[in-house]
Design a protein around this ligand. Structure first.
Ligand SMILES: NC(=O)c1ccc[n+]([C@@H]2O[C@H](COP(=O)([O-])OP(=O)(O)OC[C@H]3O[C@@H](n4cnc5c(N)ncnc54)[C@H](O)[C@@H]3O)[C@@H](O)[C@H]2O)c1
Length: 274
């Protein structure tokens, strides 16, 4: 379905409200935002394998609670943080939004597919305006996951500490690394959209882990030690996005190139280390 864009509204600008717990129906109802940007989730993939109930409860059931709380108020628009994981192993590259959503190999991915399905239900049944953003590989400053499972912060932190950098598949895996500020801007760009929209948010360029290592090496100006961890079963060898649909609908484009994004990321972790 092609998205339609609302004309600018007269009157006050849309308000944003931070609701720390989406189960709190009163907080959702009384904050009366114009749109909910729903980022909350249990995110690390590996623990989802041993905690499927907790992930389903938090990422799916609590998302439905949020949608119900919105229905009870006047809020009818939501932007939902989904993931490239919904595509599973892609049949072709770049991945477009018309490619099929696939069977998942871990509970985290299944929660994203299920939550997307509920977004569509609330559009079809209750007329919600829904934009699903399928993030590719976000990176940048302020990534503070514990334990850290994402490639870029792990590589940068190991490089800065002089530790060997863990690398699977000899670094040939290809991903689409999207700088966090570009990703954030995509959320702003879609705020005026009506209907039910699905967008990939990536750069459109596949980058190998070895290219990331080369860039970090160049930024630090010294050799890096690599710990070759061999093959990791279950990894998708390559994926990257076409975000042409998002660009056509909103004008959004990723702006921060890989080396500049990594330079800012390295500077952030250097400052944190003191
Ligand atoms: N980081 C990635 O690589 C990536 C990729 C694709 C999609 N996403 C999605 O983007 C969103 C944000 O991810 P992130 O990387 O910033 O992860 P994050 O863990 O830093 O942020 C998620 C936040 O949600 C909060 N949260 C979880 N359940 C909650 C609840 N019931 N009530 C209130 N707060 C709750 C957590 O405390 C945490 O602060 C998530 O929906 C995630 O699935 C992330």
């Amino acid at each position: 379905m092609s998205p339609t864009v609302l004309p600018p509204r007269p009157g006050p600008a849309p308000r944003a409200a931070y609701v720390p717990d989406p189960r709190d129906r009163l907080a959702v109802a009384t904050s009366i935002p114009f749109v909910v940007i729903h980022l909350a989730a249990l995110v690390p993939v590996t623990p989802s394998v041993s905690r499927p109930v907790a992930y389903a409860q938090n990422n799916v059931v609590n998302t439905v609670r949020l949608l119900e709380a919105m229905r009870a108020s006047s809020v009818r628009r939501i932007v939902f943080s989904s993931s490239a994981t919904v595509y599973g192993t892609p049949q072709r590259l770049p991945i477009t939004e018309d490619d099929p959503v696939s069977a998942q190999s871990n509970p985290y991915g299944a929660t994203k597919v299920a939550a997307e399905a509920f977004m569509a239900v609330y559009h079809n049944l209750h007329g919600f305006d829904v934009t699903v953003l399928r993030y590719f590989n976000p990176y940048g400053p302020n990534e503070l996951c514990e334990p850290e499972t994402h490639a870029v912060p792990n590589m940068v932190q190991a490089a800065l500490a002089g530790r060997p950098i863990p690398v699977y598949w000899k670094g040939v895996q290809i991903r689409d690394f999207i700088y966090v500020e570009d990703l954030a801007k995509a959320h702003v760009a879609v705020l005026p959209l009506e209907g039910l929209n699905y967008f990939n948010v990536g750069t459109g360029t596949g980058v190998s882990i070895n290219e990331i290592l080369d860039a970090i090496r160049g930024i630090l100006g010294r050799p890096l030690r690599v710990d070759d961890l061999g093959e990791r079963p279950g990894d998708v060898p390559a994926y990257y996005a076409s975000s042409a649909r998002l660009t056509a609908a909103t004008g959004w484009k990723s702006e921060v190139g890989l080396v500049e994004g990594l330079r800012r990321t390295v500077a952030y972790y250097q400052a944190r280390q003191g």
